[in-house]
Each structure stands twice: as structure tokens, then as C-alpha cells.
Design a protein around this ligand. Sequence first.
Ligand code: C2E
Ligand code: MG
Ligand code: MG
Ligand code: MG
Length: 275
Amino acid sequence: QAKKAKHKEGVYYNIDMQDKMAWRIGIIRQLRHDFARNKLEVWYQPQLALDDLSLIGCEALLRWPASDGVYISPAVFVPLAEDAGLIVDIGQWVLEQACQQQKRLENMGTEICIAVNVSVPQFKVKGYAQTVKNTLLKYGVKPKNIELEITESVVMDELETVISTLSELKELGMEVAIDDFGTGFSSLSYIQSLPLDRLKIDRAFIKDLPNDDTGAIAALVISLGAKLGLKTIAEGVETQEQAQFLKNLGCDEVQGFMYAKPMPENELIEFINKR
Ligand code: C2E
Ligand code: MG
Ligand code: MG
Ligand code: MG
């Protein structure tokens, strides 16, 4: 329902906007509080090779259980954490969790790569590549076993700086993926100038497959990846039809509810042991 606009000091405030601002402030306060008390969790979603469905890696995904046991979506709180300047610390914590998780899996005989999402404010901190390097050293993790997922918004920042930071990370031997590929607003030309390993096709282009329109985009990304020597991984695969369609196009890898949902460590270990 429409609420009344309130006239205040010459500026029109919409009451819905005021509510929204109060809500945002409340969420940020609670997030800061819960992060400080170590209440956040990292869950892991398996990534599989499409040809033989072997486990190649996992994506680390933040989880925030609110007081009533309901999880607040990272799609909601990550942007708020970015605005509030909290994402740098939270992101570093996620990287450290992922490193320790990688090591525990390796020690039980499963050496896979864990992918970690990187936000723009994190990537922009001076010395970011060095921080990542130090973190890997701290936990004794091989660089090839951690992948950083950046979005087009990271790339759009300042190409020279982005290239030099990415080059540093690549020289270490880390993996780099472009997340949500095709949903950003950057030009395609940047993709050639970046040292990358993988294109992640956004779920938006997968969910209606094998419908023609989005099928054309998925096909385009997969052939672009092949031409540039990059692996392609499809996000959000939920049906056998989607998987078959992607396989026919030559997509390399998949991640989706059809194979496994994001899960906490104990379930991930069960998942691995059952295979
Ligand atoms: P993302 O990086 O693109 O992660 C993939 C999202 O797709 C995850 O949502 C995952 O649960 C969801 N997904 C995977 N397969 C399926 C499927 O088959 N069906 C459906 N409906 N969804 C699927 P999630 O965990 O809710 O995360 C949302 C977004 O929040 C992430 O999108 C990422 O942008 C952000 N995020 C999560 N964790 C972190 C983090 O540690 N740092 C940063 N900076 N962002 C994070
Ligand atoms: Mg991601
Ligand atoms: Mg994504
Ligand atoms: Mg996404």
C-alpha cells in the first residue's frame, strides 16, 4: 500500500524509504555484532566436471543464521556489508575459512580447489595480492587450490590496477574466475586483456534452458571461453535437460542444486565419502 510522503526541511522523504533505511541500519548493526561474535558460517557447494561428474572443487558461500534460526541471504547482506565497509574483514575471514577447509579436505585425501568470492572493496585495498599470498602461506595452502571469483564490477574499476593485481595472483599460481559472467555492464574487450582461468555463466542464462533466447547466450559464452582458452562453468544447473544442453555445447563444469546444494562441512564430508 502507498504510504504518505512526509515534508521535512524542504526534502521529500518517502516513509517507505525511511523504513528501508532503518531496516538497513538494523541489519548492518546486527551483522557487525554477529560477525564479531563469530556467528557467521561458510558453506560449500560442489563443482563437478560435466563429462564424468568428478568433483573438481567447491564454492565457499557465506551463511548468516539470524537469532530465530532463519538464514538471511548473502544476496541481501553482502551488498549492505560492502556499503558499511564490513566486507573487507568478512571477506578475509571467508578466505581464511576456505584455506583451513581446503587443508582439512586435502589431509583426508581429497585435494580440490575452493573458490572464494571477492568484493570490489576488498580487491581495491592496496596490497590485496600480498594479503592473499600471506594468507595462503599462513595455512600452507597451495595457490592452485584457491580460486578467486571476481565480478565484472571489479574489472570495471581501473583496468591497469586490476590487471596488475590479477597478474600478481596468477604468478603465484592461483585460479581466477569471472563470476556472473554476462550480467555486468562492462565491455567484452576487457576479457582478452585479463589473466583468467574460468568464466562462470550466470544462473540467469541457465534457468530457462533449453529455451532458445538464453540458450544462445549460454552458447556464446561457452564458445567465447573455448576461443580464449578459458574453462566454462555453469551456475544454477537444476535439471537433466539443462545439463545435457550444456554438455552438447561443450561446457566444462557445472554447479547446481541438481548435483548438490551449498552445505556445511560435515555434510560436505558425507557427500565426498558417499561418492
Ligand atoms: P554467487 O557467487 O553467484 O553464488 C552462486 C549462488 O547461486 C549461491 O547463492 C548459490 O546457492 C546459488 N545457486 C547455486 N546453484 C543453484 C541452483 O541450482 N539453483 C538456485 N536457485 N540457486 C543456485 P547464495 O549462496 O545465496 O549467494 C548469493 C550471492 O551472495 C553470491 O552469488 C555472491 O555474490 C554473494 N556471496 C556469497 N558468499 C559471499 C562471500 O563470501 N563474499 C562475497 N563477496 N559475496 C558472497
Ligand atoms: Mg560466486
Ligand atoms: Mg555467480
Ligand atoms: Mg550470482
